[in-house]
Every structure is written in structure tokens, then in C-alpha cells.
Design a binder for this molecule. Structure first.
Ligand code: FE
Length: 311
């Protein structure tokens, strides 16, 4: 219930006027990271039969630390999403939902209620425990988006749960030279801070659209793990062609200070760029709980069964 809960960490609106188009698209990287490996997601279902593609799977959690999962969902068929995600628990990490199309209603044990609509971002810190549901608020039409899981440091896994609901107009939006557009979901690009800032894992989360024949460069700290997910057109990532619906894991190349993406002359490209600072701590996941030890997972189950997980 909502009593006895910490205050919501919902932020006031942070809408930033689109910048003028004198901002350079290229930021003169010394060297781009290259593509270490391409990953095609695995079709699966979750919640009450929601069809999705799991792009970042459990075997990649160590390689892409602090990121634990990336699901892509997108369907015009209500039967693929109508079951939604009925009430379920989480502990030990953060869930980040980015909607492209459709509407989902969020409710949780902290008392938050929110409507996820196209272009909105929801950043939920499960911390010591939260119960939530995400149910479609439509019976037909397209539903599409992403859910990214970001780990919490051991010291923060049992922190109070939190929730930030960012409406579409509050996601900073840049139009760069050549018409490249960037929605800055988290982190920072070209001096513009994203809708969400997280101190320990320092996540960067950009949605970049490149018109045909344009390029985009993004600095990324050498110590951070990073990937690009292509969801429109075929991107050239540091000289490697990456087809749509593919994740390109970026090599942690010594001396590389970011990533360069090019769009061919015949089609636009749309990508997510995701990077973060690794925690370098043990990762133990069982379903909706991600902790550092087996004992902590067992404790999470006991707390869930006794009702102490989300109190
Ligand atoms: Fe969930």
C-alpha cells in the first residue's frame, strides 16, 4: 500500500527546447569502437503471453555489465500483447521502458499509477522490492517499444523503490546538422542531459534517427560497455553493416573514444545507443530478482512469499 512509503522521486518537467541546427553531427572522435559481435534476438514470450524479442539475454550479462536484459516488442496484432504483464515482483535492479507505439497502464505497490504512451520513458528502481503490473490500454492497433534492465550496485540493491515517469515532451530532443535527431533518454550528448541521470552505472541511452547519407558520432568512456541496437534501416557501425533488428556489441578497443554510425545514401536509419559503467560484481538472476549471491535470491523468494518484499 502507499502508506509508509518514501516520497516519489518523480522529477518536475525538464523539457528542453530543441537546439538550433548549428550543433555539429560529428564530434571528431579519435577512433570509433568497432563491432565485436552481432546478436539477433530470440523470440519469446513473457507476462501473460506477450510476444517479444529478447535481444540481451542472460549469457551476455557479464559482457554487457551493467545491462541485464533488453527486450524489443512490436506487433499490430492485439493477441500478441493483450495479456499484458499482470502483477509481478522485482528486486535488485532497475527496469526502463521506452514506448514507441501503443499505450500501457503501469501500477505498482508504491502507489504509482502511470500511462506509458508513445515516446514516453519509465525508469523504475525496484530496489528492495516492488510489485507492478503493465497492462495494455488498447484493444487494437500497434504496440511497440523496449524494456532495458539496468543492474544496481550491491550497496544499492535494497534501496527504497523509486519511479520516474517521463512524458514524451520531457525527453530532451536535439536536431543536429544534416537533420540527425536525437532523443536523449539518459546520459548526455552534446551538452544536453538526458531525461534520467543515474550516478553509479552512468547509463547513456539515446534514440538516434539518421536521414540517408548522414553520420553520427557519440563519445563513450573507454571503461564503459556499449552496444547499438538497429531498429530502422541498416546501419554502418564503424565500417560494419548491421541490419535492422540486430544488436551490435561494441568492442572495448583501447584508444577508441566513442562510436561512429553512418546511414547509407538510400535509406534512413534508427538506432538505440546504450552504454554504461560496469559494476564488476557477481550477478545472480532468478526470474525477476537479480542479486549478488544465491542466498540473496532465496531471501528474495522468502520475502515475496511472506509479503515482505514490497512493504
Ligand atoms: Fe516488470
Amino acid at each position: 500500500m502507499a502508506s509508509n512509503q518514501p516520497p516519489l522521486n518523480r522529477r518536475p518537467g525538464t523539457y528542453i527546447e530543441p537546439m538550433n541546427t548549428s550543433t555539429p553531427t560529428l564530434v571528431s572522435l579519435t577512433q570509433s569502437r568497432t563491432v565485436e559481435r552481432q546478436v539477433r534476438g530470440q523470440p519469446t514470450s513473457d507476462g501473460d503471453g506477450v510476444k517479444l524479442t529478447r535481444v540481451l539475454t542472460q549469457p551476455l550479462q557479464r559482457r554487457l555489465d551493467p545491462f541485464l536484459m533488453l527486450d524489443a516488442f512490436g506487433s499490430d496484432a492485439a493477441s500478441d500483447y493483450i495479456g499484458g504483464f499482470p502483477t509481478h515482483p522485482h528486486r535488485g535492479f532497475e527496469t526502463v521502458t521506452y514506448m514507441l507505439a501503443g499505450r500501457m497502464r503501469h501500477q505498482d505497490s508504491v502507489g504509482n499509477v502511470g500511462l506509458l504512451e508513445p515516446g514516453s520513458l519509465q525508469w523504475m528502481t525496484a530496489g528492495r522490492g516492488i510489485l507492478h503490473s503493465e497492462m495494455p490500454e488498447q484493444e487494437e492497433g500497434r504496440m511497440a517499444g523496449f524494456q532495458l534492465w539496468v543492474n544496481l550496485a550491491a550497496k544499492d540493491k535494497l534501496t527504497a523503490p523509486g519511479y520516474q515517469d517521463v512524458p514524451p515532451a520531457d525527453v530532451p530532443f536535439l536536431t543536429l546538422d544534416d537533420g540527425v535527431t536525437v532523443r536523449v533518454l539518459a546520459g548526455e550528448t552534446r551538452g544536453t542531459k538526458g531525461a534520467v541521470t543515474r550516478p553509479v552505472t552512468e547509463p547513456l541511452y539515446l534514440d538516434v534517427t539518421l536521414p540517408p547519407g548522414t553520420s553520427f558520432e557519440q563519445p563513450i568512456p573507454a571503461t564503459h560497455n556499449a552496444f547499438v541496437y538497429v531498429f530502422g534501416g541498416a546501419a554502418d557501425v564503424a565500417g560494419t553493416r548491421v541490419e535492422t533488428d540486430r544488436m551490435a556489441i561494441l568492442a572495448n578497443t583501447a584508444g577508441a573514444d566513442g562510436v561512429r554510425i553512418d546511414a547509407a545514401s538510400d535509406e534512413p536509419v534508427r538506432v538505440l545507443i546504450v552504454a554504461g559503467k560496469p559494476l564488476n560484481e557477481p550477478i545472480v538472476q532468478y526470474g525477476p530478482f537479480v542479486m549478488n549471491t544465491e542466498a540473496e535470491i532465496h531471501q528474495a523468494f522468502r520475502d515475496f512469499q511472506s509479503g515482505a518484499l514490497a512493504t
